[in-house]
Design a protein around this ligand. Structure first.
Ligand SMILES: [Zn+2]
Length: 445
């Protein structure tokens, strides 16, 4: 059945301003796609809206009208970079720098995912909490372990949320328990891919929908031998799968890649077919300079900006404004557990604050505005998953309904209400969540 939702609608078609519809309407078809958005029913177009105006009922002409009253209706959040297998470490070991943090906390934690019972327990918390904070699509690292990764994919499928899930490929500069041979890595990926493809082509025997898919995930160049990187590039090309990894996060890391590969970071990925040959997202890009930025633009590589992680792991500040000016797509990532906050709303606030700090230091380009941060969290970040993150016709209806009555005690404008929610609100104000047109209820944990 078609649905028409009525509420105060806000979204960002363009990065520099919000579309605002007070008591507006969004029509969504049976496949979960937006067919119209308008200030009143008559302007929504289509036979159903005209027929519904005449019948004046909430169920009319094979369409259900759902009125959310004085609440805000906004696109759901997209998280472009997070580590599911580090979820237990969220908010701890924040006083360490990158390499020590990896050795003492991150690697030992990821090793535990050889145990699928442990993985099931932790991954349930992870999926549940993404739901709680209003993130309906996620691009996540799992661990090297195929069975735990499969389990994470199934949990997203069960929840009805969208996810690109990466079994992590790594075989050098890492503890033995987190190293896998190239052959095992390929075999593991192929078993995950096979399941996804079966589902795509034979929906009746589906184990999970294409909302959930594997993403090729070399941890980063220092963790992968050339043979491993080449195998990752070949898998991405053979199965037309997206790619995610880390890029230019830390000065020592950038120097190490230059020493290992004899070229700059982005170029090294590019040589292995891991830099835009299929849809690619790279986390951090703090020390990305002109040549690398140019290649990202040319190959349409998306940057995942992770401001909380930049602050916690003391890596530096990514030149986000420059990426936007150059036309490189940028989305936001919570980067748990380098980042400490799973809420992309809070990540938006940090992105704005950090860009102000960058401005203080460089005085070159203006800092980010709320609409730009919102656009990165929704339409721009969402573009990595398809037509996701906006309410324009043709977009998948991924949405949140915000009841901000406890934050709205005076005559605030709609935009002020949204800004107050972003800065001061949390999951308690999120009263409905939708992914691809379906209401997503609380997953079990
Ligand atoms: Zn990361």
């Amino acid at each position: 059945m078609k649905k028409i939702y009525k509420a105060h609608i806000l979204y960002t078609k363009e990065k520099d301003h919000f579309e605002e519809l007070e008591n507006g309407y969004i029509a969504v078809d049976a496949n979960g796609r937006v067919t119209g958005v308008a200030a009143d029913l008559a302007s929504l177009g289509g036979n159903a809206s005209q027929c519904c105006i005449e019948s004046d009922a909430s169920q009319c002409c094979n369409t259900e009208i759902i009125d959310f009253g004085d609440r805000l209706l906004i696109p759901a959040m997209n998280d472009l970079h997070v580590h599911a297998a580090q979820y237990r470490n969220q908010g701890i070991a924040m006083d360490l720098e990158l390499l020590e943090w990896l050795q003492k906390y991150t690697f030992p934690e990821e090793m535990k995912y050889a145990d699928t019972a442990y993985a099931a327990r932790m991954y349930r918390y992870f999926v549940h909490d993404l739901w709680r904070v209003g993130t309906m699509r996620v691009c996540t690292f799992a661990s090297i372990h195929t069975e735990s990764t499969r389990m994470l994919m199934h949990l997203f499928q069960e929840a009805g949320m969208g996810a690109l899930v990466g079994k992590v490929a790594m075989n050098r500069n890492c503890p033995e328990g987190l190293s896998e041979s190239v052959e095992e890595m390929v075999k593991g990926y192929e078993s995950l891919i096979e399941e996804t493809f079966q589902e795509t082509f034979l929906p009746s025997t589906a184990s999970y929908s294409p909302l959930v898919r594997p993403i090729i995930t070399p941890r980063f160049i220092p963790s992968c031998t050339p043979k491993m990187l080449r195998a990752c590039g070949e898998l991405a090309a053979k199965y037309q799968l997206p790619v995610q990894s880390h890029l230019s996060e830390n000065r020592d890391e950038v120097a190490l890649v230059q020493a290992l590969e004899g070229t700059w970071y982005g170029d090294a990925y590019n040589r292995y077919g891991l830099f835009g040959q299929s849809p690619t997202v790279m986390a951090h890009c703090v020390f990305t300079e002109e040549e690398e930025m140019e290649l990202m633009k040319r190959n349409d590589v998306v940057a995942a900006h992770c401001p909380t992680s930049n602050l916690n792991v003391t890596t530096g500040i990514a030149p986000v404004r420059q990426f936007l000016d150059e036309g490189v797509r940028v989305g936001l990532g919570s980067d748990i557990s380098g980042g400490h906050n799973l809420s992309i709303f809070q990540v938006m606030v940090y992105a704005i604050q950090l860009s102000k700090e960058y401005y203080q230091l460089h005085h070159e380009r203006p800092y980010l505005t709320l609409s730009e941060a919102f656009w990165m969290a929704t339409k721009c970040g969402g573009s990595f998953f398809g037509k996701v993150g906006s309410f324009e016709p043709g977009y998948e209806f991924d949405a949140l309904v915000i009841d901000d009555s406890n934050l709205n005690h005076d005559n605030y404008s709609l935009l002020e209400r949204l800004e107050r929610y972003v800065y001061m609100g949390d999951d308690r104000q999120i009263v409905h969540r939708f992914c691809r047109g379906k209401e997503i209820l609380e997953p079990k944990n």
